[in-house]
Write a protein that binds this ligand. Sequence first.
Ligand code: C2E
Ligand code: MG
Ligand code: MG
Length: 704
Amino acid sequence: MKQSILIVDDQPANLVALESVLMQLDVEVIQATSGQAALTILLKQAVAVALLDVQMPGMDGFEVATLMRQRNKTRHIPIIFLTAINKDEEYVFKGYESGGVDFIFKPFDPHVLVSKVRIFLELDQRQRQLEEALHRLDQLKTSNEVLLRSVGEGIIGVSADGSITFVNPAVEAILSFSSAELIGTQIYKSVIVSAQQSERPDWEQSRIFKACVSGTPYHTDVGVFRTGGNRVIPVEYTSSPMHSPTGKFDGVVIVFKDITERRKIEEKLNYMAQYDALTGLGNRNLFSNALNNAIAQSRHTQNPFALLFLDLDRFKQVNDTLGHDAGDLLLKDVAGRIRNCIRDADVLCRIGGDEFTLIIAGAAIEIAAQRVSEKLISELSRSFEIYEQEIYVGGSIGIVYYPEMGADANELIKNADMAMYQAKHEGRNRFKVFDPNMRAQIEETMALEVELRRAVESMDFFVHYQPKYDMIDGSIIGVEALIRWRVGDRMISPAAFIPIAEETGLISSIGRWVFEASCSQLRAWDQKFHLPDGFRVSVNMSVQQLHDPLLVNMVHRIIDQCGFSHGLMEIEITESLFFERTQEAVSRLESLRRLGVGIALDDFGTGYSSLSYLTKLPLTVLKIDKAFVDEIQTQQGIAIISAVVALARGLNIDVIAEGVETEDQVDRLVQLGCRFAQGYFFNRPLSVEALDTLFSEKFELRNA
Ligand code: C2E
Ligand code: MG
Ligand code: MG
């Protein structure tokens, strides 16, 4: 912006002359012809210098000057008086007294005029620059203050000797200290918690000082600051050096952030990466770390430890029949029960759907591991209540010891898995300590599985039938169908392949095939012989088949197709711990019973059926297991068989003994009130041809 000069003279000619001279200065020249007019202009406009004519009508120049000096706005404007008269001292003095800075006498020398005015313009220019600079400084100051006040980060000024000189309001808020409490204190005493807690580092030994004094900032995101109320918080901070204008190290500025929230999130993420959200147990990651730790620890202490692999036995079924929510609830309960069996120091993890691992260390590790396994198995055998349903699952456990059974984590895991697989294979609900021969056994079962799948494709099986006798009159009352499988010239026992069939789901097609074969066999016998009333063919049925919603229809259809007039079909269900005690299974049994199918409880006495539960099942027969028949000479054997006989009588159903091998057993069974039996004493399971011969002796031929 151009500078302005005000010229005041009552003679317009003078004004013109003045202006023409001043033009060369590149300024704006403002004219006024009276003192009054001049004052009015000055109210509105700032000028760099005013040239005032002294002799003017009305208000003279001195008066104008005096008034200007009285007003704030015009007080500092330099005034040069223009006068033709009186160079005498008193006059000049009056002029200076009224605020003038110089005189120019008329007729003026243009050169003098210009050079004098130029000086004042120059002064005004400087003044303006100074004011501007001051204004900018002021602005900067306010904006810096605003910044310091409003930033979320805490800002602490620290002097070269380590004491606090400044804190912004965020510091007070974050650390809950007032600035008065902090200022003047040593930063390491009041705020920073040092890693070397014991020997509080003195300022000059601190990393902050060492870095900053050499001119580099120091940053950490794992700092810890003290807060009022004796707490500490995690912080991230940067301290930057400050230098005086001469370049001397003048202290540091620490800018920090409270990272408690971020830490919490990090911890949560970390937790999530290590723990299973459903059960709160460690997950696969944590397990893998824990196992490696255990190995390192064991190498160091020379003490062995045990790794247990636990897999639930019937989890998939629960998931499939009751849904995943039920499965989740079950897993939670299972985790709770397992937790109750172990000590705090043991590491329990869930590494997959229904797979749990347990690492236990300590003295007498083998005894401890087996004891814990027994406890776990018995805990998991108890019923679970999910959605008001009683559910039985059970678990199988594989055990390995380090270092004996694996040199590293991978080998331990592989071997524990193998032992667990073997435990499942031997009938589940048990534990198995790894032994090197297992590999061969497992390879064998796997090969068998392949063979079995092949056999199922062409139903490459046949059925033998074992006759059942009435021991009082020696008559045959029925037969039990037992599946047979020949691979090459080797017979494979159903005890070996039925569990594989159950595990692989092949059982439902095998079961259907056996039922169909037995039915048409019954029809063939019915057509050929006069079978006695109540003659029955019993077929073993895996509990797993009871889950099949199509089972009842299938049985119905097959019986219809066969259309025999005498005799009936019976199914044998093994009484085992895994007996599915769901309403679904019971009602399926009831439907089968309504079709006229008899229902026998096989291997009775070896499972865990509660007596009250027995009364809810639509049973027609109890089969006393061979184990009790074998013990019939002992007190206990007698007691058990008598009890079963009495129970059957009470339930108004039949009782039959299986595995009868001697005449003595026959006599004793009859004495104890058991009339029916099957076993090698009478017949082994027989081929159809052999039975033809037997039946021909026992029954009348129809077309004879
Ligand atoms: P189970 O139903 O308890 O059958 C009795 C088993 O004892 C049969 O063995 C039979 O041959 C055998 N046995 C009969 N009398 C005697 C005896 O006096 N002494 C001895 N030591 N054993 C005797 P097998 O045929 O090897 O069958 C074993 C098991 O396999 C059966 O036990 C049954 O649970 C299962 N099984 C057999 N066939 C089938 C089938 O078609 N379907 C299903 N799901 N399971 C079957
Ligand atoms: Mg049976
Ligand atoms: Mg049996």
